[in-house]
Design a protein around this ligand. Sequence first.
Ligand code: R1P
Ligand code: URA
Length: 293
Amino acid sequence: MDNQRIAESELIINNRGAIYHLDVRPDELADTIITVGDPDRVGSVSKHFDKIEGKFQHREFVTHTGYIGHKRISVVSTGIGTDNIDIVLNELDALVNIDFNTRLVKPDLTSLKIIRLGTSGALQESIPVDSFVVSSHGLGLDNLMPYYAFENTTAEKQLLEAFRGQVFLQPGGASPCLFEASAALHPHFRDGFHTGITVTCPGFYAPQGRALRGTLANPNLIDNLTGFSYESHRITNFEMETSGIYGMGRVLGHQCLSISAIVANRIRKEFSKDGGAAVAALIEKGLGIIATL
Ligand code: R1P
Ligand code: URA
């Protein structure tokens, strides 16, 4: 396709020269990016920086850019859900891969390192609250990625086929999709992390098998997910962003990894007594590795 100028209605740049939702300019973003769901968690990450270069905020999207030693890092809050991931990943990509003056895609593309430090619910009894999980795959039960054209590897197709065969999804639900973690980033996060498939859900309650007063259309969802197995693969946990991050990373050519502090164990029916401490520990451990990437 010809490299056509991207119209004002598609790539929205504000008076500051910054992209619309994030309110960040191209020079204000690092190539290594940490995403967090909670806007308040951005400061919990950047307080470990040796130097903070800039702080930006628009709506739920808070960005701090700074340094650990010589390593330049941006931490960005996404808010909750893959609808927000669509916005954040597209705008991060535009900041590095589109020339904001000419509105043309740059000839040499940058591949960002994008690492989610989030929270999640465990789906295996053996994964306790306050432990950490690295997502080997993001399996989306949300509806973001069907809007994009993408390629799956043969291994991804086989795993997804096994999932479709074993896990009953109620009619009218989204069509599942699956993406593997960045093969370049994952090996750095092995010691002290559980690893497995993370299911990304379009909600926190019924879409994760929780009913407070509503009645579940699919009461077997958790049992089905916990029991899934294909070769050495198991579903470890669910949350609300990972498959969107991995999928958009595939579409746009970025290296993505999602890491979660387990705050709930849905099989043991336990919730962390101090989720804040678990997230703080994940941030410290994660930053120790990210600073070396
Ligand atoms: C739900 O409470 C939120 O927590 C998890 C889910 O993915 C969802 O965003 O992640 P964060 O703690 O990173 O927001
Ligand atoms: N985040 C989720 O989405 N689910 C949980 O159970 C815990 C955190």
